[in-house]
Design a protein around this ligand. Structure first.
Ligand code: HSE
Length: 421
């Protein structure tokens, strides 16, 4: 029987889940994997949580150095989030020859390469299954087939908060009410700006690009936009177009280039991602031998995320090897994206304004497939005008929309969403 002594840092939602599952499933884990998992020490800034979980004094500390420097601990689990302290914990853990497990996507996206080097040098492992897709077993499963199966692309609904807000808005609920509900349900980040502006999805895209393509992407090189600019009307019109609007993290290899972007997309109902609603997450992977597979489930929450964390401990115990092979690609810029686009302008309801807009489309040779205005709003001063373009270039349309946004005939920033096949 192999014994693994664990130090658990951070007893928030996920930490509490890890503590509970490790205690309740101890004997099953022992039987199935031949592993005896002992929580040797827990750390949190708040002693109240120790009381709540009935952790004895001798197994609790408020100083993480007691854990990372302990001679008795084999695996350190960091579940505090953020960047600064978590990086310090990671480095000290690995340099002290302990394995490191985290659910912290920002830490891995920003510092993964450096931390992996330190882990390799010290002959220990760094695992982070819970950092992408919460409870969905995605990263370890990619590692299981990556050497036999070249991955061509991934498309992921990676942020539960955004997906939940988009779902509720499509049912007629206002943005702020939907966000409040997401916060109450506990899957929005402490600062939901990171969810809403696409940054949480971007961190997950960086981690996925690393696993799928061996590429060390930098956040600054990615096109990142969130759901800030969406209105209920866009979701209503999407329904009429037999589509849904989703915030998607995209990763695709195109010859020697890499296409990584995070933005809203218009997808047809027939696309499996269109049926991933509420706070659920999914990742659709297209690979050479396997074709398309989709993993779907809870991308956040106490017990799903804690399950992924514990699967990493089991993986360390069973010593499955995977060597990371780094690859280089050129970054593809979103400027080169050629798609059919959904465009929403808030246009002053006055004779000739539509002609001003469409004449510009003609000038820039953007072919219009459909154009309509929301019939409910025809008497307002400004009306949402929807234009569906034929396949066009992102940069050309985006430049044109920036020109419209500066004119007094529009009163809101326009919205541009590509249709994704
Ligand atoms: N805030 C994240 C989400 C939770 O809404 O998906 C896990 O990263």
């Amino acid at each position: 029987m192999k014994k693994i002594n664990i130090g658990l840092i951070g007893l928030g939602t996920i930490g509490e889940g890890v503590y509970k599952i490790l205690n309740s499933r101890r004997s099953e884990i022992k039987k199935s994997y031949g592993l005896e998992l002992n929580i040797k020490s827990c750390c949190d800034i708040s002693p109240n949580i120790a009381k709540k979980l009935k952790i004895k004094k001798e197994y609790f500390t408020n100083n993480y150095n007691d854990i990372v420097f302990s001679k008795d601990i084999d695996v350190v689990i960091e579940l505090i989030g953020g960047l600064k302290i978590s990086k310090d914990i990671a480095i000290k853990t690995l340099q002290n020859n302990k394995h490191f497990i985290t659910a912290n996507k920002a830490l891995i996206a920003e510092n993964g390469t450096e931390l992996k080097k330190i882990a390799k040098k010290n002959n220990v492992k760094i695992l982070y299954e819970a950092s992408v897709g919460g409870g969905i077993p995605i990263l370890n499963s990619i590692q299981d087939f990556i050497s036999i199966n070249k991955i061509k692309s991934f498309y992921g609904i990676l942020n539960g908060t955004c997906n939940y807000i988009l779902t509720l808005m499509s049912q007629g609920i206002e943005f702020n009410d939907a966000l409040e509900k997401a916060q109450k349900s506990g899957f929005a980040e402490a600062d939901p700006t990171l969810d809403i502006n696409g940054m949480d999805t971007a961190h997950k895209v960086v981690v996925l690009a690393n696993e799928c393509f061996g590429y060390n992407a930098k956040i600054k090189d990615l096109h990142i936009s969130g759901i800030n600019n969406i209105s209920k009307i866009d979701l209503e019109i999407a329904k009429n177009l037999n589509c849904k609007i989703k915030l998607i993290g995209i990763g695709k290899v195109v010859k020697n280039s890499i296409d990584l972007r995070i933005h809203l997309v218009m997808i047809n109902h027939s696309n499996p991602l269109a049926n991933v609603d509420n706070e659920l997450n999914a990742v659709l992977i297209d690979s050479e031998n396997l074709g398309k597979t989709m993993k779907y489930g809870f991308g956040a929450g106490m017990l799903p995320t804690a399950t992924s964390v514990i699967s990493d401990i089991v993986r360390i115990g069973n010593q499955k090897e995977h060597n990371f092979i780094e690859k280089k690609y050129k970054n593809l810029n979103i400027s080169n994206l050629n798609r059919k686009f959904y465009i929403r302008l808030n246009l002053e309801n006055k004779a000739g304004n539509l002609a001003k807009i469409t004449s510009k489309f003609a000038k820039y040779k953007i072919n219009i497939e459909k154009i309509f205005q929301n019939p409910e709003n025809v008497n307002s001063k400004y009306v949402p005008v929807i234009i569906i373009s034929k396949k066009s270039n992102y940069k050309v349309i985006n430049n044109l929309l920036s020109q419209f946004d500066k004119l007094s005939i529009t009163n809101k920033k326009s919205l541009l969403i590509p249709f994704e096949e």
